[in-house]
Design a protein around this ligand. Structure first.
Ligand code: ATP
Ligand code: MG
Length: 397
């Protein structure tokens, strides 16, 4: 039995009624306007989450990833019991959670804002949830010491929150949430107030803690790197629905549709909407950007218009066309950006309809030295391309 199961969950937030907000009427009217602009509405209100089915096994590190407003926090709050479910079932260990209070669910949650008791030290903050258990002093100390060590907080254990850094405060909040070893640990963008190097460090730490304690983690972020590096199960979300779920590697190499293809990977996948799959004597060729390219995929049956997805790494780049310029496209460099091991380019074909092509070339490649305004030849490795249906935008084959 899965530890957590969401079955066809729907969450509708009622429309706000400005008449009820006598003193804040202007603001309430603005909120209502925003609500009316949301992509999915019902008669009762905003559909924040719909058709949402997800199963989580014990010990997984689930990451909910998607743009602002896609319903990530709402899903987390429904699991925690902080907001009710409009329709569908939410089960923990097979038990329906309807009417079960947050404190009875054995889940813990950490938010973006730090919420510590200002008059308590780090150690006292972490020990706080154990206060009613009447544990022997030694056992209590042992549990707190272990948590301090796990979160690398031993050095500041006697300090009060006011003197802590943001990272230390958030780690203290995590320690306090984990000390009772909840069944499920929920985190809503816990590190988004911190700077990038610190976030990277804490990411590594979270991974280590997850491996050591083996508790189920459900983590919300809109940072792609965070999502990819932490998740054992990545859940891509958009407009309150799941776009695709799976391991980060699997989603990257097998996107089910254009949305998941473009959500994962940076720079984002190039999408060519006017590609055509043609039959020739050896099988298939792809016509795109005014030229024809090989297509190794066995999808002859799908001949006709297709949408082509090419990741920036799916291009080779050359300073000179070489012998076989028939398969290459001459482009102008619009933008160039060094990204360490790779250089990222935005190119525009010299001939044909104007469009932008993103490429990522290894820095040591001689072609990576070209600059803005110069010309380069590119060859798309169409054998590795993704093909999508023009109507459903689902991946073909
Ligand atoms: N209390 C509420 N009342 C009405 N609408 C709400 C409420 N909370 C959230 N919403 C709406 O529900 C949708 C989902 O919001 P939610 O906070 O879950 O998104 P999110 O993915 O967490 O976004 P972010 O990344 O910005 O935190 C949004 O359209 C939001 O405006
Ligand atoms: Mg949120």
């Amino acid at each position: 039995m899965p530890q957590l199961e969401l079955r066809n969950i729907v969450k509708i937030y009622p429309f706000i009624n400005p008449k009820k907000y006598f003193f804040n009427r202007k603001k309430a009217e603005k909120v209502l306007e925003e609500q009316r602009r949301m992509p999915y509405l019902s008669n009762e209100g905003v559909i924040a989450v719909q058709q949402y089915s997800l199963t989580v096994e014990e010990g997984e590190f689930v990451v909910l990833y998607g743009p602002s407003g896609c319903g990530k926090s709402t899903v987390l709050r429904m699991i925690a019991g902080l907001t009710d479910v409009t329709d569908g079932e939410l089960l923990i260990d097979g038990e329906d959670m309807e009417g079960v209070l947050p404190e009875e669910r054995d889940v813990a949650m950490v938010f973006q804002e730090y919420s510590l008791y200002p008059h308590f030290t780090v150690a006292q903050n972490i020990a706080f949830p154990l206060r009613n258990l009447h544990l022997p002093r030694e056992e209590l100390d042992r549990k707190v010491e272990l948590m301090l060590r796990l979160l690398e907080l031993t050095g500041v254990k006697d300090e009060k929150p006011a003197t802590l850094s943001g990272g230390e405060m958030q780690r203290t909040a995590i320690g306090r949430a984990l000390i009772r070893r909840p069944k499920i640990f929920l985190m809503d963008e816990p590190f988004s107030n911190l700077d990038t190097p610190l976030r990277r460090k804490l990411r590594v730490l979270m991974k280590k803690i997850h491996q050591e304690i083996g508790t189920t983690f459900i983590y919300v972020t809109h940072d792609m790197y965070e999502a990819m590096s932490l998740a054992t199960k990545l859940v891509l979300m958009k407009d309150g629905m799941i776009v695709q779920e799976g391991s980060p590697g699997d989603i990257y190499s097998h996107p089910e549709n254009i949305t998941s293809g473009t959500m994962i990977g940076a720079p984002a996948m190039n999408i060519f909407r006017d590609a055509v799959l043609l039959r020739d004597e050896d099988g298939c060729v792809l016509r795109v950007l005014g030229k024809e390219f090989p297509c190794r995929k066995k999808i002859e049956k799908k001949c006709g218009p297709v949408i082509l997805g090419l990741r920036p790494v799916h291009f080779e780049m050359f300073r000179e066309p070489g012998a076989d310029s028939g398969e290459m496209i001459l482009c102008t460099v619009l933008r160039r950006e060094d990204a360490g091991t790779e250089v990222h380019f935005v190119l525009e074909p010299v001939e044909g309809e104007s469009c932008e092509i993103r490429t990522a070339i290894r820095s040591e490649d001689p072609a990576a030295g070209v600059h803005e305004g110069q010309e380069v030849w590119i060859r798309p490795r169409t054998e590795e391309a993704f093909l999508f249906d023009t109507e459903t935008e689902m991946r073909l084959q």
